[in-house]
Design a protein around this ligand. Structure first.
Ligand code: FAD
Ligand code: A2P
Length: 272
């Protein structure tokens, strides 16, 4: 016949490991969170991080480490992000909208996992800034409340508006028909600011060493027999908190050797 051979349709150019953004929320001019589809095969332990990103101008993946902020039972994934004005990734990532695609490498890793801690009575989640992200996952994981009688979330930021993501998350937990009952009387939230007036102020390190947080919450001071801790903040914060925890007798653990506390970087560098 004289029919022209069918022109093959070029394959649609999709991102490697592409996931679709489902919602975005901007909390301040420096902070936003977003949700995306979850690869069906992705299993992770609450507290772990993955590499996510976008294609750069030359079509090469530009990836950064991000803690998964959603719990492992959630059918979607959630992330909580800084906006670095000149940051290679976040100067662009901050403009994503529902329907856009991001790259997500489905290889979760990290030290802020229950398996890295010896059994205990009380667990402390100690975070500054976006370091609350892994705890946003762990606080929504029923395993946290099965493993511990008390959970204390200390989150410190410079200003009140930077605490909003964490505050809303904890409010929604308390109102949740399922998890609400689980966290009732168990989850202690202790947010503080350091550069703006707020009902509780001061650095996490200072509020632990002075004993103010124990007094304010009406709970016993930390000790090695009962207390476990997970730390996520800047390098300087992590360094200083480690010294405080060691002062209470806690020792750093790892997946391969569980002990009383574990640490993860919230980011590398001096911060913005
Ligand atoms: P980069 O070139 O990566 O960073 C530029 C500079 O910005 C850094 O040197 C640092 O000074 C500052 N900076 C970067 N990230 C932050 C931050 N989160 N808070 C304050 N200052 C920062 N970032 C998140 O926003 N959310 C997360 O859940 C998260 N999880 C991480 C987990 C791990 C294990 C690590 C190592 C980093 C994590 N980060 C997280 C940081 C993230 O990987 C990127 O650094 C960040 O997205 C900025 O990327 P960028 O390319 O725009 O700038
Ligand atoms: P401060 O305002 O006293 O520096 P940053 O935005 O610089 O990453 O800080 C986030 C929060 O962590 C701020 O409230 C800051 O307090 C606090 N912070 C920074 N460095 C340390 C540290 N070494 N130890 C305890 N808290 C810290």
């Amino acid at each position: 016949s004289d029919a022209a051979p069918a022109t093959p349709v070029p394959p649609l150019k999709t991102l490697p490991d592409a996931q679709t953004v489902t919602s975005v929320r901007h909390w301040t001019d420096r902070l936003f969170s977003f949700r995306c589809t979850r690869p069906q095969s992705l299993r992770f332990r609450s507290g772990e991080f993955v590499m996510i990103g976008l294609l750069d101008d030359r079509g090469k993946p530009l990836l950064r480490a991000y803690s998964i902020a959603s719990p492992n039972w959630d059918e979607e994934l959630e992330f909580y992000s800084i906006k670095v004005p000149d940051g290679p990734l976040t100067s662009r990532l901050q403009h994503i909208a529902p329907g856009d695609q991001i790259i997500l490498r489905p290889k979760p890793v990290g030290t802020l996992v229950h398996d890295a801690l010896l059994p205990g009575k009380r667990v402390w989640f100690l975070a500054t800034g976006t370091g609350i992200a892994p705890f946003a996952s762990l606080m929504r994981d029923p395993e946290t409340y099965e493993k511990y009688e008390q959970v204390v979330m200390m989150h410190t930021c410079r200003t009140v508006d930077e605490l909003a993501y964490g505050r809303e998350l904890i409010e929604s937990l308390r109102e949740d028909p399922l998890i609400g009952e689980m966290v009732e009387g168990k989850l202690f939230y202790y947010p503080t600011t350091t550069r703006e007036d707020f009902h509780h102020q001061g650095r996490i390190t200072d509020n632990l060493t002075s004993g103010k947080v124990f007094a304010d919450l009406g709970i016993a001071p930390m000790d090695r027999d009962h207390d476990r801790a997970m730390v996520c903040g800047s390098l300087a914060f992590n360094h200083d908190v480690k010294a405080v925890l060691e002062g209470f007798g806690l020792r750093e653990g790892a997946n391969s050797e569980p002990r009383e506390y574990v640490v993860e970087k919230a980011f590398v560098g001096e911060g913005i």
